[in-house]
Design a protein. Sequence first.
Length: 360
Amino acid sequence: MSKKVKLCPVEQEQKRLLTLANYQVLDTPEEPAFDDIVEVVSIICEAPIAVINFIDRDRQWFKAEKGLGVRETPLDISICAHAILQPGLFIVTDTTLDPRFANNPLVTGEPHLRFYAGALLESSDGYPLGTLCVLDYQPRELTERQRFALQALANQVMAHMELMLAQREQAELIRELKITRHELTKYASTDPLTGLLNRRAFEQRLNQELALIQRGTHFASLMLIDLDHFKFVNDTLGHQAGDKVLLRFTELCQTAFRQADVISRWGGEEFLVLLPMTTVKEAQYATERLHQLLVITPMLDDTPLPLHITASIGVCSLTNASTVNNSLQRVDELLYRAKKQGRNRTVFEMEEPPSQCQFG
């Protein structure tokens, strides 16, 4: 049994209305489950009118009705608004003899209602929301069996509403879990500072690319980038400034490379880029764009003099004989050559001696 909540004026009424709103039943379409209940209660109680109604702020709204032909009426002429103020069944055997309803326009005029019996629709936490009621044009009574059936069917109305509420809450929980799982997956696969793929996620993507290449349907290039003298930025300007540089460099990479290219923060100031369907020669255009962007783009805006950095880059091809380990080793060796030869340049694989592009 739910605990009865006493309706004291404004605060309790606000809580009752919030509870009603939480069920999300107001102004919803007709539903067979509720229509069937009013049909059954009409038959059992031998009443021409049967209604499932909810008491809103200034109206009573009918989720299901038989014999009225309307979906809502003003609250000031509602008999049900009186019914929700007391527990159990609310029965008016003759409305013309009850001073609360004798002058009600629904009694004195069409449809000339003379009999009312309503069973409370009560929330699980005890708030009265509305009634399941039957009405007649003649004064009368209900038998004990009819009273029992009216209350039992009212309980079924609330059981169905509780089920729908639970289903909505479950759907919302599932949605939140999916969002959380997506965020956790993203967190596990991305670098927290730059938002780029982290080492583990990039290796997985590289494995996928190599599998395509081994089938003979694909080719690609791999690029390793190292920011020159980045330790000097951290040592002189601080790690916060260093983070800003890494973020600005990430933006430049997203400009220099295609949407199909896969960019990763490999670690520290090193970045790996996978360029699908790209030869080493074609990758040269991307490295040229990146070097040129570095020449014209300050890495920090809040320093006395614009801070520019350069990058050393190695580029190798991915073939059907490539593995993750040997590809990373080859591109690392090419990067080392670029740094050894003075930095601020790119060294490409596949030519002897390796081709070079120097900038600055």
